[in-house]
Write a protein that binds this ligand. Sequence first.
Ligand code: HAM
Length: 424
Amino acid sequence: MNAIQAIRGMNDVLPDAVSAWQHIERHVRTLLGAYGYEEIRPPLVERTELFRRSIGEVTDIVEKEMYTFDDRNGESLTLRPECTASVVRAAIEHGLLRTPGRRVWTMGPMFRYERPQKGRYRQFHQIDVEIFGIAAPSAEAELIVMTRRLWKALGLSGLSLELNSLGSRDIQARYRARLVEYFSARADALDADSSRRIETNPLRILDSKNPSMQALIEEAPRIIDEHDDDARAHLDQLLAMLDEAGVEYRVNPRLVRGLDYYTGTVFEWTTGELGAQGAVCGGGRYDNLVAEIGGPANPAIGFAIGLERLVALLDVQSVELPVAMPHAYLASAGPRASILAHAVAERLRDAVPELRLVVDAGHGSFKAKLKRADRSGARLALLLGEEEARNGRIAVKDLRARGPQSMVSIDDLAGHIVRNVFAE
Ligand code: HAM
């Protein structure tokens, strides 16, 4: 029979790779907790309407990338392509917005039907962070210094920060009109995608990766030139905060994002070390979204980090990861010894709660089991044969040092392990 394979663009994270994921998850949890963020876990599936209304009808995500299906009741549901919309929905539904300055985060899989390639998948994972109720640029500054600290904690270097301000909806409407005018006057030079976008979403033309479009985009009007006093003051204040905190950044007036809910500041952390998919973190302010989804007017801002890309960067930068090898590997051989093995192991686990211990009490010879013990990376092999079982003893072999094995009474085994493995 044919073996069933995983769906294209949806990856298994195998044991070898998991230490990188855990390294990130551990640091994220500690760091976000330290900055006062609370974890929330919204469902993976929402009403399609939620994403249509928040991400925008004429974005790539909503037009062609959503996994949408009717459930058995005929209701249109969608696997979340991102989770800001879900977090906002949950925050409104459960009254989280009543406390101003509420900081929340979540982590998990997102689904987009994109063309799979290196760094771009159909199921991918994000760490998503949101702040509600802070209109001042201190919210932006906090998110940015916090991400900078995260990169450092993870052992990553060389990430650059780009930011822009898309301004209020009024500014966006004025800018949109300027862009339509500009690109329409040069319609002959546009590629097919951009021609289509003039009508639907002209800002997205600025995000085109097509080399033949770059000169035209370079000369296009800049949104910063449409800013009013408020938008200018907000951006200036943010930049002053970043300067004071020693954060390096580049203001990129062409930075637009793939989701329509942004107003005001947008930003991305990118790396040149991952090829075409260099954005590891993107976010921005979305002061209108809460009201657009039906909640009380509430300023908000957030970002999401792409976990697969962060894992790839740890690999490219050869960051050393802590690997949790077993401390000990208990191998038994013989009928009585094998019956005893789990009981001995449980006594050890009671006595030394931090002990990582693998039990190999199945069929087979000591020789084969010793080989497996060695391959497991364990420091000690604990060998329990029939004779040892009879005498209440166990042979302990240090797999990482040459030397004879020692016989230890089972009653003293926990103490022996603590002295030899944990005391160093
Ligand atoms: P986004 O820019 O669409 O923003 O995604 C954020 C990050 O997720 C990207 O920078 C990238 O690292 C990763 N990512 C996106 N698509 C893929 C993919 N197909 N495969 C692998 N990684 C991917 C958002 O999703 C917003 N919700 C961020 C946000 C939160 N804005 C405000 N709050």
